[in-house]
Design a protein around this ligand. Structure first.
Ligand code: NOJ
Length: 765
């Protein structure tokens, strides 16, 4: 990147920050059904047969993830004509979807438009970093812009609805779906949730180029036992409300048009049949008005859970719980009629569900113009445009985390002779992750391709899936002839994702052997990690001076990594989930209460730790290094009267004491009043990614209200007492300590957002 352009972009980023840390709330009036929509929904429902109602409540697969539209045959079209389907997933393309929509609106009795859906998770054609990587940017505004790009591309291709964002908190890296979320922390998770929703939907679904968002998987899918996908979650109500639910509350506040229920069960009740969770909590208490869809086949799976004895009972359970739309199991379509015949009280629930589906369609403007989405001509121009690639590049660069940099080993000298080793260095398919929508691997730039113009010898060595070690000799030879080895290691895209839980989160395949052989050459190594989850690599990384975490960064993967390696950009990503030393430590998370016998380095003392591992993670939550150095100073904690209630302004000065422009992620942690409870030692309640020119300083101010440190005790409670304030560069690198005294004791009102879901206002001067 040209230095002047880089400098301008840097200053623009720093000026924008204050504005970008607060999102406009999604106006309630836009979420609430307009009278016209309501009249239309009622009118249609009055005319609909039961089969047509159940049709609206049915979503079918129009193809497969890798063969979109492949199931739209004559029989499928007939079903659309009969009004016996309300939505399709795994479909795409402006022209094919316009043809399909035409059948629905012109050839079915009531002409109700279809909803077209897809998992557009981290890009549609232009592929961005996987969500865990994007969370590492600690930059919600960037996540919003990345989701915006995805919405522009997908909507121009005829899609209305994405099954994203995935906002499940995850504290067990064995769970393969860690890659899809924002990691272990509910505050960061809430910010990433609302950012993506605003990116997909903007502040009004009537705008152009939007996608209906879907907050998933409600409510504790990420708490699956042992990190096994689909497994039960058995957690306390406190943990549920304080840790797993906040991103969902934030999603409602941001206006998420839909929610998806999780596959798994929570404390003995499968979520898809959980009326306490969906109907009582989500709808009645939180006032959520949007559409609720099941996960794939999950209504029928209520039988496998043992919660329903047959599909008829399963259909009734899901409907009673508040699930409006059945994704693919056809249990509503095939069995709800029988359930209704046995229990007339279900009938109004069918009308409610249909009404919410019709409202979603109306909110997207589909009754006014069913062909609003999908523009064949623009599709050609927009998909993968230069403008979108620029966002992908920025996102990739900002998601990289420098985990270790002993002796300022990085950045590399531009004339260094490099051995690039590891099959992942040239694995274009892995750069685009597992939810690749219509991403093309030949549009991705690998690290190998990005380094082509430099003095580089490439040797794949081994691959993560192939037991063959015959390539190690050539890799060792390449290392011997180089000044420095870039050793790319980790997982391929298919080691994480749905149903990709792993019992061992070390390096898959023979990669450890390769690392040992290269280490034995004595050449300095930069470990470049690619993975969809934190890996347990203490032993593997032993003695390696520099370590970069690069996730799966999308189409611009290679150039972004190269920019960081050669110092074009100073890295500023932070871990959204701590990296364990070894597998036996998981689940592990920073926001843990201290226990009565906190972990003690002295093994002769009995304490809460493993005897055979050092204490804590290898790299903690929030950790990430920079090529610059920053000094933190002048913490002030000033109480404010705010509209009659209390608030505190917490300010700190961060000075870039180095000679290079760089960014720093300032993190605010609290410890809530103890009041007889064992509270986590730290909880994130604010952060700001600051661009600070060399030698310059910024003063960052966070505003906290009592609701920010409320605790869940059968309801949100504000407890009086002393709140510890910690400001620092990671959860284990606290630079400034303070305290505030909260005199208030009260229950938080039903309409107020408390805990991690509550946004902390940040200003920067
Ligand atoms: C199952 C996954 O759990 C969910 O996240 C996804 O949206 C659906 N399949 C549809 O692909």
């Amino acid at each position: 990147m040209n230095a002047a352009i880089k400098r301008r972009a840097f200053l623009a980023a720093s000026a924008l920050l204050a504005a970008s840390t607060r999102f406009p709330a999604f106006a309630a009036s836009k979420v609430a059904a307009s009278e016209e929509h309501e009249r239309r929904a009622r009118g249609l429902i009055a005319q609909m047969s039961l089969a047509e109602k159940l049709g609206q409540m049915t979503q079918l697969a129009g193809g497969r993830q890798k063969a979109l539209n492949s199931r739209i045959d004559d029989a499928a079209l007939d079903r659309v004509r009969q009004g016996r389907v309300g939505s399709y997933l795994h479909v795409a393309g402006a022209e094919p979807l316009a043809r399909l929509q035409r059948v629905a609106v012109e050839e079915s009795r009531l002409g109700i438009p279809l909803l077209f859906a897809m998992d557009v998770v981290h890009g549609y054609r232009t592929i961005m970093p996987v969500p865990l990587g994007m969370a590492a940017s600690f930059d919600p505004e960037l996540a919003r812009r990345a989701a915006r790009v995805a919405a522009v591309e997908a909507s121009v291709s005829g899609l209305h609805w994405t099954f994203a964002p995935m906002i499940d908190i995850a504290r067990d890296a064995r769970w393969g779906r860690v890659v899809e979320g924002a990691g272990e922390d509910p505050y960061l998770g809430s910010r990433m949730a609302e950012a993506q929703i605003l990116g997909f939907q903007t502040d009004d679904l009537a705008n152009k180029d939007v996608l209906l968002a879907c907050a998933k998987h409600f409510g504790a899918y990420g708490a699956a036992d042992g990190g096994r996908d689909y497994d039960r979650a058995d957690i306390s109500n406190e943990t549920l409300h304080e840790v797993y639910l906040p991103p969902f509350q934030a999603a409602i506040a941001a206006g998420s048009g839909s929610f998806m229920t999780a596959f798994n069960e929570l404390n003995g009740v499968p979520t898809t049949g959980n009326a306490d969770l969906v109907r009582s909590l989500l709808r009645d208490q939180w006032g959520y008005q949007g559409l609720v869809v099941s996960d794939w086949n999950a209504i029928l799976e209520l039988v496998a859970h043992g919660a329903a004895s047959d599909p008829v009972e399963a259909a009734a359970l899901a409907l009673r719980a508040g699930v409006d739309m059945d994704m693919t199991s056809e249990t509503y379509a095939d069995h709800l009629e029988k359930a209704l015949a046995a229990d007339q009280t279900l009938l109004p629930l069918v009308d409610e569900a249909v009404s919410r589906i019709l409202h979603a369609k109306a909110g997207l403007g589909l009754f006014d113009d069913p062909f609003r989405f999908g523009e064949a001509e623009r599709e050609k121009l927009v998909l993968g445009s230069q403008e979108h690639r620029a966002v992908a590049r920025e996102a990739a660069t900002r998601s990289i985390v420098l985990l270790r940099n002993e002796g300022k080993f990085l950045p590399l000298r531009s004339d260094a002779r490099i051995a690039l080793i590891g099959a992942l260095a040239d694995d274009a398919s892995s750069t685009i992750g597992s939810w690749r929508a219509r991403g093309q691997m030949d549009e991705s730039i690998t690290l190998r391709a990005a380094l082509e113009s430099r003095t580089v010898t490439y040797a794949p060595g081994v691959s993560p899936r192939d037991p063959d070690t015959s390539g190690i000799a050539a890799a060792v030879e390449a290392a011997r002839n180089a000044d420095v080895v870039l050793l790319v290691m980790g997982e391929d895209f298919d080691h994480s994702g749905e149903a990709r839980s792993r019992s061992d989160i070390g390096l898959p395949g023979p990669q450890k052997e390769l690392v040992d052989a290269i280490r034995a050459t004595g050449k300095p190594i930069v470990a470049i990690l690619m993975n969809g989850r934190p890996l347990a690599l203490e032993e593997v990384l032993d003695g390696i001076p520099a370590v970069l975490e690069t996730w799966f960064l999308g189409n611009e993967s290679g150039p972004a990594i190269a920019d960081v390696l050669f110092g074009e950009v100073s890295p500023a990503g932070r871990l959204p989930m701590g990296m364990p030393r070894r597998i036996g430590q998981v689940p592990q998370y920073y926001a843990h209460p201290p226990t009565g016998r906190p972990a003690n380095p002295d093994l002769s003392k009995d304490s809460a730790r493993y005897h055979d591992a050092d204490i804590g993670p290898l790299f903690p939550f929030g950790h990430g290094l920079s090529y610059a150095e920053f000094r933190y100073s002048d913490l002030s904690v000033v109480p404010q009267g705010k509209g009659g209630s209390l608030a505190w302004k917490i300010a700190a000065t961060v000075t870039n004491t180095s000679a290079r422009d760089a960014e720093e992620v300032v993190q605010l942690y609290i410890r809530a009043p103890l009041a007889g409870l064992a509270r986590p030692v730290k909880e994130l309640r604010g952060f700001a990614r600051l661009a600070i020119p060399a030698g310059d300083a910024r003063r960052v101010t966070f505003t906290l209200d009592p609701e920010h440190f409320a605790v869940w005790r059968g309801g949100w409670q504000i407890l009086p007492g002393s709140v510890e304030i910690m400001v620092g560069a990671s959860s284990e690198d606290i630079r400034l300590h303070g305290r505030l005294e909260n005199p208030e004791a009260r229950a938080v009102g039903p309409g107020e957002i408390a805990g991690a879901a509550r946004l902390t206002t940040v200003t920067v001067a």
